[in-house]
Design a protein around this ligand. Sequence first.
Ligand code: SF4
Ligand code: ZN
Length: 259
Amino acid sequence: MIVPRDRVAVALSGGKDSTALLLLLNRLLPAWQDVQLVAITIDEGIAGYREATIGAAEQLARRFGIDHHCISFPLMFGDSLDGFLKGRETQACSICGILRRKALVAGAQRAGATKLATGHNLDDEAQSVLMNVFRGDLSRLIRNSASDSSGKFIPRIKPLSRISEKEIALYLMLKNAWNDLPECPYTRYALRREVRSILSGFEYKHPGTMLHLMDSKEKVEQSCADAVISAPLRSCRTCGDPSSGDLCQVCLLLQSLGR
Ligand code: SF4
Ligand code: ZN
């Protein structure tokens, strides 16, 4: 995932997964003298939640002497997530996810990164597979592998994607880095919460379920390689970012929100 002379931007929310990711990558760093780390934190503007996690992220980056960039929704998109969501709370995670992906890429570009590392763990990845299946969204299931020729694309890596949430929690406890931070107030609307509960029950009764789901996704990706993955990305008509259609997801979303 990481090669010599990479400058790796770590998406650091301050939560458990991104903290574990930064601890691990920073621990490996002495062996990679020609690889640099930089941390990117997104401030979505979620009152009563984000302040604490941003503080934890700043503290961690300072502790390791890692460059830290914070990108805020109001500065980038003209409003906070709370502002965008008035009356649309049930769509919180999909709106947040689309905007956050763009903000992370902007942060990584600003930091001169060659890779963008996120802390998605096995549970997150398996939940996403199941959610895309439940929604009948095959294109999203295999989208990660799209190619782009605009030169703006920064490859995303997920070093923890085969490590379970429990293992990450255990690692943090052993490293004395466990911190109890508030939960996003919008999680109560999230489909992911229900899927997480179903999947945890299955994993408990049938260990290996989450890894098998990931294997299934990879097999589907391989089978679709010729039909879908070869379709190159274009440039968004409004912002110029890589896009599969005339407008990118962010510009479409902002348009639908009347911005
Ligand atoms: Fe955004 Fe949803 Fe995560 Fe909250 S729970 S930070 S709204 S994706
Ligand atoms: Zn766009």
